[in-house]
Design a protein around this ligand. Structure first.
Ligand code: LMR
Length: 404
């Protein structure tokens, strides 16, 4: 039995964490997985999460009963307000459907599964993904029989947005195509459209009656401001564009392993919303029965208590601020001190947890083999892996591989 099962390659991101852990070199650096680290390279439990955990521990009314199939209602309602805005027309009109999911990955999966069952695709089911995107997007859609196709997004010449290519793909795609859009802090490039560009993108999407499948894994990490980072999603809702949003609290609440997330769908009216919710419940029931409670309770406390919410915002500023500092330090080291060949403006222009350095796969491999620096082959680095102790070592190593 199972002799014919082919050996699959390890996951491109998780294999880096394993290799880094196994490496005994004292100057090793992990710039692979997008997970926040403090200046001492330690995972950071947000102070507000520590506080909320204590509150839960002292709450004797809590038990380990099942949550409803669609999750903790006070969590999903507050999570919807966080991304869509408290005054969102979709929320006011009672036409949002929010389901608690196994973090952002679960939200992407449930959204994809729902589309595979109920979306009226124009021909064979396809999802348009940015080139490049988070590698897991490809697998998630393939798993439910939706074929991933790519739209131009990143321009290697400018190490910035291929705006013309992006708009062109939106125009050329058949009407009612589904486009996956990163709500903010694009993974892996750190390149986001400007608000003016988002408006033009929204115009074409509306004209062509495309469906916007937003993935929002980094709210707060792009600008340090939760509302600013939700701008694109909120603008699309205001424009009446049909959409859904996958939301993760892994990064912005540092709750990676707790798997807290939500899928929000904004159908055109309340009655449709009810039908959509009923089908999402059926799908969720057959897959996970009902979602886990601990992380959702933590986030619910933080979102629903004004004081804790304020503390959370400050914690997010701390994380986003440290990453921005690292961008500036790295930029200065490369441009002023080491005078590394090439233009490095993208290091400070890109936003969020990642930087797309522009180095090629051979250079990326050389960084790992010669300097014990772990990063994905496409040249993406997780800025959160840099700190005041290792940024110089990284800059010097990068300088060496760039000079060849
Ligand atoms: C990443 O891109 O590094 C993160 O989103 C972690 C993951 O699940 O891949």
């Amino acid at each position: 039995l199972w002799q014919d099962v082919p050996l699959a390659p390890p996951d491109s991101i998780f294999k880096l964490t394993a290799a880094y852990k196994a490496d005994t070199y004292d100057k090793k650096v992990n710039l692979g997985v997008g997970a926040y680290r403090d200046d001492d390279n330690k995972p950071w439990i947000l102070p507000v999460v520590k506080k909320a955990t204590q509150i839960l521990l002292n709450d004797e009314t809590l038990d380990h009963e099942y949550l409803p199939i669609t999750g903790l209602p006070e969590f999903t309602a507050a999570a919807a307000k966080l991304i869509l805005g408290a005054d969102s027309p979709a929320i006011k009109e009672g036409r949002t459907v929010s389901v608690q999911t196994i973090s952002g990955t679960g939200a992407n999966h449930l959204g994809a599964l729902f589309l595979s069952r109920f979306y009226k695709f124009n021909g064979a089911p396809k999802i348009y993904l940015s080139n490049p995107t988070w590698a897991n997007h490809h697998a998630i859609f393939k798993n439910v029989g939706i074929e991933p196709v790519e739209y131009p997004y990143y321009d290697p010449k400018t190490i910035g947005l291929d705006y013309t290519g992006f708009i062109g793909a939106l125009q050329e795609a058949p009407a009612r195509s589904v486009f996956l859009l990163h709500a903010c802090a694009h993974n892996p490039t750190g390149v986001d459209p400007t608000q003016e560009q988002w408006k033009a993108i929204a115009n074409v999407i509306a004209e062509k009656k495309h469906y916007a499948f937003f993935d929002c894994a980094y709210q707060g990490f792009a600008s340090g401001d939760l509302d600013k980072d939700a701008w694109a999603v909120r603008y699309f809702v205001e424009q009446g564009i049909p959409l859904l949003v996958c939301q993760s609290f892994a990064k912005n609440a540092g709750l990676y392993g707790e798997r807290v997330g939500a899928l929000h769908v904004a159908p055109p009216n309340k009655e449709t919303a009810e039908r959509v919710k009923s089908q999402l419940s059926v799908l969720q029931r057959s897959e996970i029965s009902n979602p886990p409670s601990h992380g959702a309770r933590l986030v619910s406390l933080i979102l629903n208590d004004p004081q804790l919410f304020g503390e959370w915002k400050r914690d997010i500023e701390t994380m986003a601020g440290r990453i921005i500092d690292m961008r500036n330090v790295l930029y200065k080291l490369l441009t002023e001190e080491l005078k590394t060949p090439g233009n490095w403006d993208h290091i400070i222009n890109q936003i969020g947890m990642f930087s797309f350095t522009g180095i090629n796969p051979e250079q990326s491999k050389a960084l790992t083999e010669k300097a014990h620096i772990y990063l994905t082959a496409n040249g993406r680095i997780s800025m959160a892996g840099l700190n005041s102790h290792n940024v110089r070592y990284f800059a010097e190593s990068l300088d060496k591989v760039v000079r060849g």
